[in-house]
Design a binder for this molecule. Structure first.
Ligand code: ADP
Ligand code: MG
Length: 238
């Protein structure tokens, strides 16, 4: 059970409040997409859920447990960023297993997890390569593989595809949807790409200036936007 709940969550950097009293329930296994203009607080929300930023006020629960002061490594969360720094001197397999090796997971278990993640992501033929010998899409798959081997209850993606070209973005979007069907864990996905949001999400959260503007299924937001801001964001042609 790894749903995510926010109760009156706010965040300030110094005297500047950037997240205002956010209430949000994300069900276990749900694919939730955060959308909104640059600077509206999408990354800050993800980083608070991940434990990379403190919550200034309010409560953050994961799997029903209050997580406000629990360190990132103990939240059962993995995060994939837009810029996925792989270790250049390590092979794909070593990149994927690095985190597990650091935490002392037995070798046989690591190998099983890496080969299962490699199969899921079609990386089996590439395990012995170094990052420099991979395409952009393959590197991003390794970054996702590195997260999968940790068996996260919750997967966070912060604009993971925005550095890829258009064709690859579509391909990776299909792969991420397939990944979610296979793993069935909770995914929270940030994008400013409306097509990604509409096709991936069970539920879309529209953010504006640190506040939740509307939450709903892609269809409900499309058919019944709460205001012009949401309508402009969801309904506008690409
Ligand atoms: P988004 O991901 O939606 O583009 P962010 O969450 O990165 O937005 O940023 C939300 C707001 O918080 C912005 O105004 C940004 O400048 C500010 N902000 C983000 N991180 C910091 C930080 N570490 N220190 C100060 N301000 C920050
Ligand atoms: Mg961001």
């Amino acid at each position: 059970m790894a749903g995510v709940e926010l109760f009156g969550v706010s965040k300030s950097f110094g005297a500047t409040r950037v997240i205002h009293n956010v209430d949000l329930t994300i069900e276990d296994g749900e694919f939730v997409v955060f959308v909104g203009p640059s600077g509206c607080g999408k990354s800050t929300l993800l980083r608070m859920i991940a434990g990379l930023e403190d919550v200034t006020s309010g409560d953050l629960l994961i799997g029903g447990q209050r997580m406000n002061h629990v360190e990132a490594a103990r939240r059962g969360i993995a995060m994939v960023f837009q810029s996925y720094a792989l270790y250049p001197h390590m092979t794909v397999a070593e990149n994927m297993s690095f985190g597990l090796r650091m935490t002392g997971v037995p070798k046989a278990e690591i190998e099983a997890k890496v080969s299962s993640a490699a199969a899921t992501l079609q990386l089996e033929e590439l395990l012995a390569r170094k990052p420099a010998q991979l395409s952009g899409g393959q590197r991003q798959r390794v970054a996702i593989g590195r997260a999968i081997v940790r068996d996260p209850g919750v997967f966070l993606f912060d604009e993971p595809l925005s550095n890829l070209d258009a064709e690859l973005r579509v391909q990776m979007r299909v792969e991420i949807a397939r990944l979610h069907r296979g793993l069935a864990n909770t995914m929270i996905y940030v994008t400013h790409d409306q097509t990604e949001a509409m096709t991936l999400a069970d539920k879309i959260v529209v953010l504006r200036a640190g506040r939740v503007e509307q939450v709903g299924s892609p269809l409900s937001l499309y058919e019944d936007p709460a205001n012009e801001f949401v309508a402009g964001f969801i309904g506008s042609p690409k």
